[in-house]
Design a protein. Sequence first.
Length: 262
Amino acid sequence: MGQPVIVDNRNLAIAPAFTAKAPPDGYTVLFHGPPVWILPLLRSTATWDAARDLAPITLATMTPNILAVHPSVPAKSVSELISLAKGRPGELNFASAGPGSSNHLAGELFKFMTAINVVHVPYKGAGAALTGLVGGQVHFMLPTAGSGMPHVKSGRLRALAVTSARASALAAGLPTVAASGVPGYESTAMLGLFAPAKTPVAAIARLNREVASILNKAEMKERLLGTGLEVVAGSPEDFGAAVKLEILRLGKVIRESRIRED
């Protein structure tokens, strides 16, 4: 684009707040994921609103979770896991990277949509949670496909389904949760670019076009797929609609489950 690019790494909460207050001239963009729209639902101290203060540029990549159980769990399908949980209310548990993490919310959404009574077990990070599942300390988890599938292939975990709306190359052979008895279920970790609200439409369109041209290169798609990311490179409108849907759907789960970080 004929411009120098400076990468300024900031923490989960500071980055969206900084971008929301930056001049809307197209020279400040935010590359971020679910915390952009989830943290305001979890923290009263969040100073930005994703739908109000940020302009979507493109949904760059997404990665689904997989619904995985420890091999000792006598369930070989989503419907069998649901039946098991309903037959043993309050006895089964699921691991997460911590309260409000993407796999926690994926589990709470599954719990909410299936009306099962299972216990959330938060760990200090996704790696620790996955280790707990592999070690049989918990019954199931919804790790990202990239982190969970190697354990499935080795036989240390049993995968029941993938959480994306459609079958995923990152979890080859797995049915979706939605097609396995939970219609409408979808949970993916989206990564995309935002600009400050009121950034000119022409600047948004140029950024979208330039980023998409790189992401859609065959070698880039292959490289990202190898790290557990599927390229989307969609329109600003589609990304904005996806974020609003996430706020609506997960906001309901967060409120009814009383999930807070403060």
